[in-house]
Design a protein around this ligand. Structure first.
Ligand code: NAP
Length: 308
């Protein structure tokens, strides 16, 4: 694959940035990749594991001469980072991000950018519950979606290069309007995370009462909730605070459906439950057919290990 950018700067060196780096090296998508992280500890780890071609002690130095700068920090930190780097961006450079919310990031970043910089907001729909520089891997984005926001301050050429970059990392790319993105993600990711956090909180409460039986006998369903609820606390605090409207809208609808199902259980309306669960099962089938998950039982995990 031919290189899309000569010089790429990654600001923030966690799961997403490190996966971008490894995927970009695997597929030779970029020349020199520079990096900056806020803490010396993360910068030292990055140097130790060979994450990035060059690690700098300041974000300003890391972005100097970069053709593409990607903000890989929590959504709530985007503005303070862009305020620091804006005067040091190369004329004609493209700036992008990987934030899980788009409207709030655009509002935080755009006002501070020089006119000669192209802004192409992005969100790769791929992740794990792990965070930090050592958690990334080259195949994270393979066959996963990366949503770009068609943004007025970017020219077509710079947008197309960002598309090629993400395709080079293994992702499929689509454009989506920012508010629509936030609503879609509230349904597919943000509300489910809040539900998982809540369920684990409830179970922990019960666990105290029942001497940790909840943990001891936790079957796959609950364990999947605990996996999701182990996601990075800072990232998720920022996601909820910056996608407040859409998340509250979806949680309102969720509560209505939950009451409806509660009523079906109380009134022993088996038909209602059967129809509901038959319909939701078909949604799972659609996800598998779209290649966004595998059909293997228990998400392909080793069943022996999982049932211990
Ligand atoms: P991560 O592994 O926790 O890494 C975050 C990085 O940001 C770290 O290098 C951290 O530096 C730096 N950082 C944190 N707060 C900062 C601040 N106030 N100023 C400067 N740097 C700061 O996070 P991640 O999972 O890669 O997520 C990064 C972004 O990707 C977030 O916007 C998130 O919404 C988005 N995203 C995440 C996922 C996912 O599943 N994880 C998926 C798609 C998109 P230190 O290590 O020095 O503290």
């Amino acid at each position: 694959m031919s290189q899309i950018y000569d010089r790429v700067a990654l600001i923030g060196l966690g799961l997403i940035a490190s996966s971008i780096f490894w995927a970009s090296k695997r597929n030779n998508v970029s020349g020199c990749v520079t990096g900056f992280a806020r803490s010396k500890k993360t910068r030292d780890t990055a140097k130790k594991i060979g994450l990035c071609d060059e690690i700098f002690d300041t974000a300003e130095e890391a972005v100097k001469d970069a053709d593409l700068v990607i903000l890989c920090v929590p959504v709530g930190a985007m503005e303070q980072v862009v305020l620091k780097i804006a005067p040091f961006l190369k004329s004609g450079a493209t700036i992008s991000d990987v934030g899980s919310v788009k409207r709030a990031v655009i509002d935080a970043v755009e006002p501070h950018l020089p006119d000669d910089v192209n802004f192409v907001p992005a969100h790769p729909l791929a992740g794990t519950e792990h965070s930090g520089p050592e958690s990334g891997f080259a195949s994270l984005f393979d066959n996963r979606w990366c949503l770009l926001t068609d943004h007025k301050t970017a020219d077509k050429k710079s947008q197309n290069k960002v598309v090629s970059f993400w395709e080079g990392l293994g992702a499929n790319v689509e454009f989506m309007e920012a508010d629509h993105h936030d609503l879609v993600l509230a349904v597919t990711s943000h509300a489910p995370h809040l539900i998982a956090y809540t369920m684990v909180g409830v179970a922990e409460d019960l666990g105290r009462v029942t001497n940790s039986e909840v943990i001891k006998y936790s079957a796959a369903g609950f364990r999947d909730f605990t996996r999701i609820a182990a996601s990075d606390p800072t990232m998720w605090r920022d996601v909820f605070l910056s996608n407040k409207k859409a998340t509250l809208e979806i949680l309102g609808r969720f509560t209505e459906e939950l009451f409806d199902l509660q009523r079906a259980i109380r009134t022993e309306n088996g038909d209602k439950l059967l129809n509901y669960f038959t319909h939701t099962r078909s949604i799972r089938r659609g996800i598998i057919e779209a290649g966004q998950d595998i059909e293997a039982p228990n998400f392909g995990r080793d069943i022996e290990i999982d049932q211990n």
